[in-house]
Design a protein around this ligand. Structure first.
Ligand SMILES: Cc1cc2nc3c(=O)[nH]c(=O)nc-3n(C[C@H](O)[C@H](O)[C@H](O)COP(=O)(O)OP(=O)(O)OC[C@H]3O[C@@H](n4cnc5c(N)ncnc54)[C@H](O)[C@@H]3O)c2cc1C
Length: 283
């Protein structure tokens, strides 16, 4: 367990303040102990994966951050079912299942989070999302009780679930047999597309806003509003992909928050659309 650990080290934005405590559990017992600690000290708690969809405020997080990663990252194929630890990186899931000759998550190759974060957020890409393949999630509630939640009890929406105050520990995913060569060829193509169309080399959280209903994506609306390249402090609306606000090197969370507010107001004024946040603001 680390005290006052800078969360900038644990998020893809590379900014934000410290966590009062950061726990790196090796197994579910450690997760239960971290939840106990939070309860004993009357602190809030939060599960974190690879921190690729969070914006941690500059003051940090005053509670216990439970980082789900190594130790909780098993990968096993049982027939066409993948049994996957929440700490496994989603691109690894995509690669391993493709190599094993199973389709269903191959298009997640460029999602730089964990399986736990992906299930919790209903992450997805190129027309596929976790909700379509998940058959069961193993979760721990705030009291440390583990339960299996079948898919039909979980309500997923675009980039969200109703899982609530739980830590996702494991997921069962129903896949379909498909030749590995075909899947790997598709992944190479998608990877090239991402490299060309997103600011891959700059710290960010991926898409900041959810795509609104309708034909125009959040990125299109931001672009139409003339905001590509808009900069506040170290935060910049990416000139490459308008729905990405990147950290150009020395951004604070306050810079990103200000950029978000400016984008929201300008898009609402120019297009009439109220953009909703996809990134989770912490602290
Ligand atoms: C360059 C880039 C590209 C991206 N592209 C995509 C994309 O194509 N599609 C897409 O959907 N997303 C994309 N994202 C966003 C992000 O990668 C996904 O949302 C990802 O699934 C988040 O996983 P994570 O482990 O990083 O979660 P975190 O960012 O650590 O957490 C996100 C949320 O999930 C919760 N959470 C995380 N792990 C758990 C757990 N084990 N149990 C309970 N709650 C948990 C956290 O509390 C938080 O609310 C992108 C991000 C970046 C930086």
């Amino acid at each position: 367990m680390l005290e006052n650990e800078p969360l900038a080290r644990h998020t893809t934005y590379r900014l934000g303040g410290p966590a009062r405590y950061l726990v790196l559990p090796a197994d579910p017992d450690d997760v239960a102990k971290a939840l106990d600690l939070a309860q004993e000290r009357g602190l809030p708690w939060l599960a974190l994966g690879l921190g690729s969809n969070v914006l941690v405020k500059d003051a940090g997080y005053p509670g216990v951050v439970i980082r789900i990663g190594k130790g909780l990252d098993r990968f096993e194929m049982k027939g066409a079912t993948a049994i996957v630890g929440a700490g496994l990186a989603t691109p690894l899931l995509a690669r391993r299942t493709a190599e094993a000759g199973f389709a269903g998550v191959e298009r997640f190759i460029g999602i730089p989070g964990t399986v736990g974060g992906g299930v919790y957020m209903n992450a997805g890409a190129h027309g596929a999302e976790f909700a379509e393949v998940l058959t069961e999630a193993t979760v721990m509630d705030a009291k440390g009780k583990i339960k299996q939640v079948p898919r039909k009890q979980i309500s997923f929406k675009y980039r969200s679930s109703n899982l609530g105050a739980v830590v996702v520990l494991e997921a069962k995913l129903a896949l379909i047999e498909e030749p590995p060569a075909k899947l790997k060829e598709m992944q190479a193509r998608l990877f090239r597309w991402r490299k060309a169309g997103t600011p891959f080399d700059q710290p960010c959280c991926g898409s900041v806003f959810k795509n609104p209903s309708g034909t125009r994506t959040a990125g299109m609306l931001i672009d139409e509003s003339g905001l590509k390249g808009f900069t506040i402090g170290g935060a910049q609306v990416s000139p490459l992909h308008a729905n990405y606000i990147v950290n150009t090197g020395n951004a604070t969370a306050a810079d990103v928050v200000k950029a978000i507010e400016h984008v929201r107001k300008t898009v609402a004024k120019k297009t009439g659309v109220e953009l909703e946040l996809e990134v989770k603001v912490i602290g």
